[in-house]
Design a protein around this ligand. Structure first.
Ligand SMILES: NC(=O)c1ccc[n+]([C@@H]2O[C@H](COP(=O)([O-])OP(=O)(O)OC[C@H]3O[C@@H](n4cnc5c(N)ncnc54)[C@H](OP(=O)(O)O)[C@@H]3O)[C@@H](O)[C@H]2O)c1
Length: 342
């Protein structure tokens, strides 16, 4: 197949390009060229801007012809409308990377793709920080409007993890257990959010990427939650995998399970202070790490072992420049104070 990727050079898009090349497809990417293109050859690079109001806009897409467009960089409905309308006559299918954040609150545990999505109070808003999920839902509608339901594929990933993830979330845990020096002067006692049996959910970008290629190869339409299956992993499972990884490096860290009431009282920020932690008493978001993904798994989404994601993320963290990372995570001082006060 001949594929056009809107984006493709940072994280998920980059893994998609590699998965598509490995399966023998021809790949063109469309970016502003701010992030260096990681491939020396083999990938065609079109330069432009998703925003049609920012020259040269989408002009570079006007002459191509592709079997499918894969949108990894759409956040604003006006921009997604522009690319979807432009590509409707140039591409056979449009796969849009949305997000589980598109769901309306309260997010219901074990729910499926039929749940209502978030809406914008102000449909003209383009404030992605404030309305990320509702904007993603509006982008989805633009894709379906331009391509029709049969030629539109919408995926809603949960937390995407693995090498090249610069968001400092899953990587915090890997560093904290297996390479704590990356986080500064840290003790062997590690604050983890109780209870260990709380379900958590994420997906290795490489598994997601291969499956996205399969979706376009098989011309699969529709909406798919895309993550580990609800309840497949718990915080305890993650800590076990992290302990194994640490022990392979000769470390014997001690996880200290802290009740979430104590974490909240100490001012620890859910999700950012301790990544992957959403308090069980949060009425709006408690179900967020337990969303049903049966449809995707039935459609071929397959996950590598958790240990492999931890190991490869660690190798990537050890090789990258970590200056400026983990600014929002629990500090060493806060962590020592929580351990001392348990
Ligand atoms: N990370 C998560 O946990 C998570 C969870 C759910 C969903 N998602 C979604 O997953 C998707 C993947 O994001 P990613 O960053 O990994 O994708 P990516 O395709 O690897 O990187 C983003 C690409 O978009 C390009 N880009 C950014 N702004 C642009 C613009 N105005 N015009 C043209 N190109 C532009 C960037 O290159 P230049 O800067 O050089 O232009 C870069 O190539 C996103 O849609 C995100 O919402 C992420």
């Amino acid at each position: 197949m001949n594929l056009i990727v809107l984006g493709g050079t940072r994280f998920l898009g980059r893994h998609f390009v590699e998965a598509a090349l490995a399966r023998g497809h021809a790949v063109t990417i469309f970016t502003r060229g701010r992030i260096a293109v990681p491939w020396m050859g083999g990938v065609r690079h079109l330069v432009g801007d998703r925003d049609p109001a920012t020259a040269p806009g989408l002009a570079a897409l006007a002459d191509g012809s592709w079997d499918a467009a894969i949108d990894c960089s759409g956040y604003v409905p006006r921009c997604v409308r522009a690319s979807a309308q432009m590509l409707a006559g140039h591409a056979g299918r449009y796969l849009f990377v949305s997000s589980m954040s598109a769901y309306a609150e309260p997010v219901v545990a074990r729910s499926d793709e039929s749940e209502p999505v978030a809406t914008l109070d102000d449909p003209a808003s383009e404030d992605v920080t404030a309305h990320y999920g509702a904007l993603k839902a509006a982008c989805e509608r633009e894709v379906v409007a331009a391509f029709g339901a049969e030629r539109a594929t919408i995926i809603r990933p949960g937390l995407i993890v693995g090498p090249h993830d610069s968001t400092d979330r899953f990587g915090y845990w890997v560093a904290r257990f297996a390479a704590p020096a990356l986080l500064g002067d840290r003790g062997e006692e590690i604050v983890v959010p109780a209870p260990p049996e709380r379900p958590i959910q994420f997906i290795d970008a490489r598994d997601l990427a291969v499956w996205m290629v399969v979706l376009v190869e098989r011309r699969m339409a529709g909406v798919y939650n895309a993550c580990s299956e609800a309840g497949q992993w718990t915080m305890g499972d993650l800590v076990d995998a992290l302990m194994d990884s640490a022990q392979r490096r000769g470390r014997v860290p001690r996880p200290v399970w802290i009740d979430e009431a104590a974490l909240l009282a100490a001012g620890v920020a859910p999700w950012t202070g301790l990544p992957l932690w959403i308090p069980g008493n949060d009425p709006a978001m408690a179900g967020f790490l337990e969303i049903g993904c049966r449809r995707a798994h039935r459609a071929g989404l397959a996950l590598r072992p958790l240990a492999a994601t931890v190991a490869d993320t660690l190798q990537w963290l050890l090789a990258r420049d970590n200056a400026g990372a983990w600014q929002k995570a629990l500090t060493a001082r806060e962590e020592r104070s929580l351990v001392a006060g348990r």
